[in-house]
Design a protein around this ligand. Structure first.
Ligand SMILES: NC(=O)c1ccc[n+]([C@@H]2O[C@H](COP(=O)([O-])OP(=O)(O)OC[C@H]3O[C@@H](n4cnc5c(N)ncnc54)[C@H](O)[C@@H]3O)[C@@H](O)[C@H]2O)c1
Length: 255
């Protein structure tokens, strides 16, 4: 390929030596994002509550001669997040990218099955978990006047869903929170954006009863389809994007 083309692509999309935290990196979209970011040159801090899964993700990255480190970290536990950040800063001195991907499933619950405890359980992981990580990395990003925050929402927040009001509410909260934060940080060179995927071929989708039926209407995405959008928003190619929601969804929902 013409070297000028290679250089142009490189300058737009490289994540070389960027320190990138990816939550929920043990499976699905988070795993694909961790691998893709490492492939673009990032030092990936892969975290998950599933220690074996996240170790496997990092082993795959290291086997390709790329850079990553695994952390067993629960996004609902601010003290675990603070400890992770302390260790990352001691070792690498910076955090450039935060991908808030880790989340849990509603389980296909009708409204009458979502009691207060169940509502709180999901908000705690899928909304407050995102807040916890953002609050913990912001002092570093503010001090260095650089940062890319990409949070994973869902088409469920944009178009509604068939069940799981609490899942949609949490994912809608991620969008609203990101837009406000984008305004607050607009002059500090910290970009805050959201990827809202449609149905994607991960175990989360397979645990959802309506998933397979929808294949009649549009192509179900692969984790890499979503990871590519996340990598774009974390790159300099998206330097003027902030407070935006992009939705890789194969035509499931049009903004
Ligand atoms: N798969 C889909 O169809 C779809 C559609 C729209 C949005 N999403 C969103 O994409 C993201 C990734 O989901 P996925 O489909 O890859 O699911 P997945 O279940 O394959 O992966 C989610 C990961 O998050 C981790 N996780 C869960 N709770 C955590 C916690 N408290 N702390 C740290 N990690 C935790 C899990 O262990 C898992 O590895 C989620 O935010 C999900 O809501 C998925």
């Amino acid at each position: 390929m013409d070297q000028r083309i290679v250089q142009n692509i490189y300058h737009l999309f490289k994540l070389e030596d960027r320190v990138a935290i990816v939550t929920g990196a043990g499976n699905g979209i988070g795993k694909a994002t961790a691998r893709m970011m490492a492939g673009l040159g990032a030092i990936v801090i892969a975290c998950d509550i599933e220690e074996d899964s996240v170790t496997a993700t990092v082993d795959e990255i290291l086997a390709e001669g790329l850079k990553a480190q695994a952390y067993d970290c629960d996004i609902t536990k601010p003290e675990q997040i603070r400890e992770l950040i302390k260790q990352v800063l001691e070792k690498y001195g910076t955090i450039d990218i935060l991908v808030n991907n880790g989340a849990t499933l509603g389980g296909g619950k009708k409204v009458e099955e979502v009691d207060e405890e169940e509502f709180d359980r999901l908000i705690k992981v899928n909304l407050k978990g995102v807040y916890n990580f953002i609050a913990a990395v912001l002092p570093t990003m503010r001090a260095q006047k650089y940062g890319k925050i990409v949070s994973v929402s869902s088409v469920a927040a944009l178009a509604g869903d068939f069940t799981d009001i609490h899942y949609s509410a949490a994912k809608g909260g991620v969008i609203a929170m990101s837009k406000t934060l984008a305004r607050e940080l607009a002059l500090e060179k910290i970009n805050v954006n959201v990827v809202a995927p449609g149905l994607t071929n991960t175990r989360m989708a397979h645990e959802w009863e309506f998933g397979p039926a929808l294949e009649r209407f549009y192509r179900i995405g692969e984790p890499e389809d979503v990871a590519a959008a996340i990598c774009f928003l974390a790159s300099e190619a998206a330097g003027y994007f902030s407070g935006q929601v992009i939705s890789p969804n194969g035509g499931e929902y049009m903004l």
